[in-house]
Design a binder for this molecule. Structure first.
Ligand code: UDP
Ligand code: MG
Length: 139
């Protein structure tokens, strides 16, 4: 099993979509091995998304991710980060494949309901941004 990070973003939490998104992930064969609800402050948002610093949407993104509570989950699947990206769909919900989470629930390129680690951007760094080794359960 290969683990990766999923974040249910503030737009989805506010719209009461925590349950449907988790059901979608679990139905796709993922196992939840850690989960935490928190409200990130701007410093935390800026640090998590530092890879995007300098891009035109960076300031908006930091404001957005710190605009309400989020649910962070470490999930595992044989297909790992790549499989989660397939289930989540493209960044822009209008371009996301039918039946993907962003296609079903996303409302704009920014407010796209979830974050999923990119396979080539170190999912383990993102997992450990939120979870210690002791919080990642092997069961
Ligand atoms: N984003 C945005 N405008 C853009 C591109 C991205 O608001 O033109 C936001 C969006 O919420 C996205 C996040 O920034 O999920 C991170 O962007 P990235 O390109 O890494 O997309 P992702 O990996 O989330 O599909
Ligand atoms: Mg990304």
């Amino acid at each position: 099993m290969n683990r990766t990070l999923l974040i249910i973003k503030p737009d989805a939490v506010k719209r009461n979509l925590i349950g449907v998104i988790l059901k979608h992930i679990i139905d796709a064969g993922f196992k939840v091995i850690a989960m935490k609800m928190l409200w990130p402050d701007k410093d935390m948002g800026a640090q998590f998304y530092e890879i995007h610093k300098g891009k035109p949407f960076y300031d908006w993104l930091v404001d957005f991710i710190s605009s309400g509570p989020i649910v962070t989950c470490c999930v595992s699947h044989t297909g790992g980060a790549q499989k989660l990206r397939e289930v989540v769909g493209a960044t822009d919900p209008k371009k996301a494949a039918p039946g993907t989470i962003r296609n079903l629930y996303g409302t704009s390129t920014g407010e796209n309901v979830v974050h999923a680690s990119a396979p080539d951007e170190n999912p383990e760094r993102e997992i450990h941004f939120f979870f210690s080794d002791e919080e990642l359960f092997e069961y």
